[in-house]
Design a protein around this ligand. Structure first.
Ligand SMILES: *Cc1c(COP(=O)(O)O)cnc(C)c1O
Length: 412
């Protein structure tokens, strides 16, 4: 059968196979399922996370600070492990801030971005001593008011909505009219406002987009971000200490996707940072990455409950679905639905393939995990594995939809 052969992604090789079974965290998948006590579950591999960050550092300039964008995977155990690997955290809610502050990461290395921060959240951030990446002139006023109420000062950086865009990006978050950041054109006025209000200016945050696999596009955005900051320096009330140039490093999800060339990105960034250093000697340059750090280290595991044939097509019905893994169902920002890489975790060596659709138990045709994929011949009770599930998995899914049981998350 040559129809839709399973996509070959780099990730299929990061977990070893023993006696036909996928091994994660030194446990064969079936045994891990017994240890967890139920399917469906997410498993994240500690060693894979460690290796990923080490590999990235090998290619990035030594002075570059690497931050973890927590919304990709806020599981507390994962975040604590990341705290030992990266230089800082970027978060986007008081809920994430609680998880971050429960780890060993110092508050000085944490920044808080996102539109619509409530006065209460701002108070918590100021009291914690984390840097607030400010998203609007009104937010600056609210921060100043909270400072006055508490008798504390706030560390603030301005999030800039740049005039440029991150080209070829899965999700653009800068350029044009956006709810994120303060338009580049009015940054000088916002800097004046910081000075007037007496807030502790830290620097800039420029985030232009997400899920980009093209080194040239990332290099272009990084260069523009560093140059924009240097051009704005004369308007700043004090030296730029932190210069967060965003991230956007993508991972391959779909057939035809190729891995981002981080060596190329690192080389260009080193050259550009050497120039920036002359203009802004006190600035610490930061990248903030989510999925690139954690996406490939996680799998979602769900068990086959039923197998049926409808008008010539085979359907595997599993105990998990879009309520746990919205992204794999194709409903998290995809324009055309494509299959995530999928395997049958207890039949990794099987050569007898059949073409199947994998669907969840929800009463909606959107609940699809694989569409016409050639996979080893499956029996009821087998374990379906979805790769590339370490980021935007469980917490990016509508877990309460249809009142199905919850998934479990483990770090192994
Ligand atoms: C979502 C987000 C990230 C992380 O994006 P990834 O694609 O997971 O790397 C980083 N920074 C900001 C401001 C974000 O909103």
């Amino acid at each position: 059968m040559t129809l839709n052969t399973p996509p070959r992604h780099a990730t299929s090789t990061i977990f070893p196979i023993e006696s036909g079974e996928l091994v994660i965290g030194n446990l064969p998948l079936g045994r891990l399922a017994l240890r967890v006590g139920q399917t469906p579950f997410y498993a994240y591999d500690r060693l894979a996370l460690t290796r990923r960050v080490a590999e990235l550092r090998r290619h990035m300039p030594a002075k570059l600070k690497i931050h973890y964008a927590m919304k990709a995977n806020p599981m507390p155990a994962v975040v604590q492990h990341m705290a030992t690997l990266v230089d800082g955290f970027d978060l986007a809610s008081a809920g994430e801030m609680k998880v971050a502050l429960d780890t060993t990461m110092p508050a000085e290395q944490i920044s808080f971005a996102g539109p619509g921060k409530r006065p209460q959240e701002l108070q918590q951030a100021i009291a914690a001593g984390v840097t607030i990446n400010v998203e609007s002139p009104h937010e600056l006023q609210t921060i100043a008011k909270q400072c006055e109420l508490m008798g504390l000062n706030a560390k603030v950086a301005l999030r800039i909505n740049p005039a440029f865009e991150l080209k070829a990006s899965g999700m653009k978050m800068g350029g044009g009219p956006k709810q994120f950041g303060i338009d580049e054109e009015i940054i000088p006025a916002a800097l004046q406002q910081i000075k007037r209000l007496g807030l502790a200016f830290q620097g800039f945050h420029i985030y232009s987009g997400s899920q980009n696999l093209k080194a040239e596009a990332i290099i272009d955005a990084q260069q523009k971000s560093l140059r924009l900051a240097a051009a704005l320096a004369e308007h700043c009330p004090s030296a730029i200490l932190k210069l967060n140039i965003g991230g956007g490093f993508g991972i391959p999800y779909f057939p035809g996707d190729t891995e981002l060339d981080i060596a190329q990105v690192g080389e260009a960034l080193a050259a550009e940072m050497a120039t920036t250093e002359k203009a802004l000697p006190e600035a610490e340059v930061i990248v903030e990455l989510g999925r690139y750090l954690v996406g490939e280290a996680g799998i979602y595991v769900t068990r086959v409950i039923d197998k049926k044939v409808s008008r010539g097509q085979t359907f595997l019905v599993v105990d998990g679905g879009l309520h746990h893994h919205l992204a794999a169902s194709g409903n998290f920002g995809q324009v055309i639905r494509k299959n995530y890489p999928v395997a049958i975790g207890n039949k990794m060596d099987s050569q007898a393939l059949e073409t199947v659709n994998i669907v969840g138990p929800l009463c909606t045709p959107l609940d699809i995990l694989a569409d016409k994929m050639a996979l080893p011949k499956v029996e009821i009770g087998d374990l379906v594995v979805i790769y590339q599930s370490g980021a935007y998995g469980y917490t990016a899914s509508p877990a309460r939809f249809l009142s199905q049981p919850e998934a479990v998350e483990v770090l192994v």
